[in-house]
Design a protein around this ligand. Structure first.
Ligand code: PGA
Length: 245
């Protein structure tokens, strides 16, 4: 299983360092008991160095929220995979719905990012998910299949270098999570498409009070948590719900 904390653009480097310390204090003991549950935090780029120092020798992984598709050059505003690796980053999120919808990153661009990341031995959390309009017009599976086909094109993927995060756009940051059954159905679809051994995690308004019912579902292998990952205690409660699976 996999638990990711996506801090988005919510914390300064100093605040990120504090949160990382709080998380480490809460999680440290339990992580040793459950090596099958990987925990990873995704701070803002500017906070990676400080958080990396906090997590350095711990069992919590460090992730980044995006990655450039080239090593270096004239790409103003992008962040090189080499820099991330130098800071101790092991996972990168690619195709988060905020990148797709606010910054108009399309499947073709995401595919370039993903191919580069895998080539650099970074592990990828690739996000897919439908908008409310797409769901209501019955296009959920079609949209997700296209995101998978185009985003993963020509990629040498396996269960160790790729995690899929199913994040219905209408559930992100809205407090309106998918029902466990709804999420499970899409997770099954993704596993039927990619293979059963790939981890498929759910994201979209995961909170301590709904984590248990979601994780009980057969095809849900963990979570990508936004808002609730900013509070160490809530993040830990979600982890504890996972420990019961
Ligand atoms: P949320 O965000 O938990 O705040 O809904 C999830 C995500 O965007 O990864």
């Amino acid at each position: 299983m996999f638990l990711g904390g996506n801090w988005k653009m919510n914390l300064t480097p100093k605040e990120s360092e504090l949160l990382a310390k709080e998380i480490l204090d809460l999680f440290e003991e339990s992580l040793k008991e459950r090596e099958d549950i990987k925990v990873c935090v995704f701070p803002e780029f500017t906070a990676l160095e400080r958080v990396s120092k906090v997590l350095n020798t711990s069992d919590i992984y460090l992730g980044a929220q995006n990655v450039a598709y080239e090593d270096k050059g004239a790409f103003t505003g992008e962040v090189s995979p080499n820099s991330l690796i130098e800071l101790g980053v092991e996972y990168v999120i690619i195709g988060h719905s905020e990148r797709r919808h606010i910054f108009k990153e399309d499947n073709e661009l995401l595919n370039k990012r993903l191919l580069k990341a895998l080539d650099k031995n970074l592990k990828v959390v690739y996000c897919v998910g439908e908008t409310l309009e797409e769901r209501e017009s019955g296009k959920t599976f079609e949209v997700i299949e296209t995101q998978l086909k185009e985003g993963l094109k020509n990629a040498n993927i396996n269960k160790d270098n790729l995690i899929i995060a199913y994040e219905p756009v209408w559930a992100i940051g809205t407090g309106k999570a998918a029902t466990p059954e709804m999420a499970n159905e899409v997770h099954k679809f993704i596993k039927d498409f990619l293979g059963n051994d790939f981890l498929v995690i759910y994201g979209g308004s995961v909170k301590p009070n709904n984590a248990k019912s979601l994780i009980e579902q057969k095809f849900i292998d963990g979570f990508l948590v936004g808002g609730a990952s900013l509070k160490a205690k809530d993040f830990f409660e979600i982890y504890n719900a996972m420990r019961e699976k």
